[in-house]
Design a protein around this ligand. Structure first.
Ligand code: PLP
Length: 463
């Protein structure tokens, strides 16, 4: 996305016309509360603190790179989502964004349900005590073994993703002597990403069963005839990092239309619809996400209106935010290593992590912000690219940002809003040791996922 402002930084005048970045903040020491978790502030020495603990202490105890997760913020966001949707709706946290046993316990305590999409996520959820009936199981290619375990554990719902899976789950449920509650995932022909959505033929993807051509209606027909299945509703998930509710509007309208067709054909009104996740968060100061209560109101207004016009009872709504809950609650702390000023271009700032702890910039051209956090500085802003230590020139953490020109090796910098899809997508590329996730709350910090060690690496390498 092209950005408008062209700051007049004296050292980098040549590239300023490229314009992929916004102007440096008036005060580089300020911490925009949109992108930092709620308890983040600076202490009297200018060091960033989270949950009452300074990054200097945290770095000393846990090392860098590391993810620091603001536990009270995480819990507050869970409650905000649960309160916004109220008792007549269900909020499922999408575990793929970041899952650990501690997170499962927090979700359980705060009244949320949990989406899983693999055997590993299911095991983590069950192991940490999430009641099976509060778990939904997703995925376009669940293995027979995974379905066996999910059905055997008694998960609350399985979201069916193909014609083959309808039969497979029905068969396994029958063998277990149960009727498995299921939803059918439909592709509604809407794809939404950030500020845009496209309401044309987006059936060309691996997920779900297309509404177009009557495929979804046929899937419903089959599911209704199978004894092993209790069809409770229809599921739709339209994209990620969405700010505009228009895509949800089209999706809800099409899903409700399908419910009306099902009523007309089969005489049953399915009791639930799931509108998926994908709600956007602020990665930079230019993003303006909506609050859960605004999202809840918008979705329930849409569904209520569509159901009234189709003369349907309003179904129970569920939503599946992942990023919107965990994303804003964590930042990644790095130590600055090599600093390479490229005259007339920009300054490359290398950190002790990179694409192994945050693949999103390389994978999706994601935008992040960054701040010097071990101290404040009154130096001029310099245009930087924050890069990792991996053997790949695409190993970029923050493509364009401003940091103080007196930045030096050994300084700590932090990238906010890395709670979602960073640790969960982390890799061992270059035999990097995946960083810990440290939960911080009320002056206490504890690793909820510890740092990987070289022994961990060697233990998998069986010679
Ligand atoms: C990924 C996913 C989500 C969560 O998406 P976020 O962008 O993290 O909110 C929810 N539901 C389904 C089916 C998904 O695949």
């Amino acid at each position: 996305m092209s950005r408008s402002a062209h700051p007049a930084g004296p050292r980098h005048a040549d590239v300023l016309t490229e314009g992929h970045y916004s102007a440096p903040a008036a005060d580089l020491n300020a911490l925009d509360e949109k992108v930092w978790s709620r308890t983040v502030t600076r202490d009297a020495d200018g060091a960033l603190t989270v949950g009452g603990m300074s990054v200097a202490r945290l770095a000393e105890e846990f090392g860098t790179p590391a993810y620091f997760l603001d536990e009270s913020d995480f819990r507050a966001r869970c409650r905000a989502w649960a309160d916004a949707f109220g008792p007549d709706a269900d909020v499922f946290y999408a575990g793929k964004a970041f899952l650990s046993r501690a997170v499962v316990r927090w979700l359980k305590e705060e009244g949320l349900n949990l989406d899983v999409c693999s055997g590993g996520e299911l095991t983590t959820a069950l192991e940490a005590g999430m009641p099976a009936e509060r778990i939904a199981f997703h995925g376009n290619n669940k293995t027979v073994a995974e379905i066996e375990r999910a059905v055997g554990a008694g998960v609350g719902r399985i979201v069916l993703d193909s014609f083959q899976e309808i039969v497979r789950v029905a068969h396994i449920a029958q063998r277990h002597g149960v009727r498995q509650r299921v939803q059918i995932r439909v592709t509604v022909g809407v794809e939404a990403h950030t500020h845009e959505f496209i309401a044309t033929a987006h059936e060309d993807q691996k997920f779900g069963i297309a509404l177009a051509d009557g495929q979804a209606a046929e899937a419903v027909r089959r599911a209704l005839t199978l004894d092993g299945l209790e069809l409770i509703g229809v599921h739709s998930h339209i994209g990620s990092q969405i700010f505009d509710m228009a895509g949800f509007e089209v999706s809800a309208r099409r899903v409700v239309q399908l419910l009306a067709e099902i009523r007309d054909e089969h005489g049953v009104e399915l009791p639930e619809i799931d509108l998926g996740g994908g709600l956007g968060i602020a990665y930079t100061s230019e993003d303006d996400p909506r609050e859960p209560h605004e999202i809840a109101k918008a979705l329930s207004d849409i569904v209520t209106r569509e159901c009234e016009s189709a003369k349907l009872r309003t179904p129970r709504i569920s939503v599946e935010p992942g990023r919107a809950i965990v994303g804003p609650t964590a930042f990644t702390l790095y130590e600055v290593g090599t600093i390479k000023p490229l005259e007339g271009l920009r300054t490359y700032v290398s950190v002790d992590g990179g694409m192994s702890d945050n693949i999103r910039t390389a994978l999706y051209d994601a935008e992040y912000s960054v701040a010097l956090v071990s101290r404040t500085s009154d130096a001029e802003p310099m245009l930087v690219r924050v890069v990792g230590k991996h053997c790949e020139s695409g190993d970029i953490v923050v493509k364009d940002a401003f940091l103080p020109a007196d930045l030096a090796p050994g300084d700590l910098i932090a990238v906010p809003a890395t709670g979602a899809y960073c640790r969960s997508m982390a890799s061992n590329y270059n035999h990097a040791l995946r960083p810990p996730v440290v939960a911080v709350r009320d002056g206490e910090a504890r690793a909820i996922v510890r740092r990987e060690t070289e022994e961990d690496l060697l233990s998998l390498d069986v010679g």
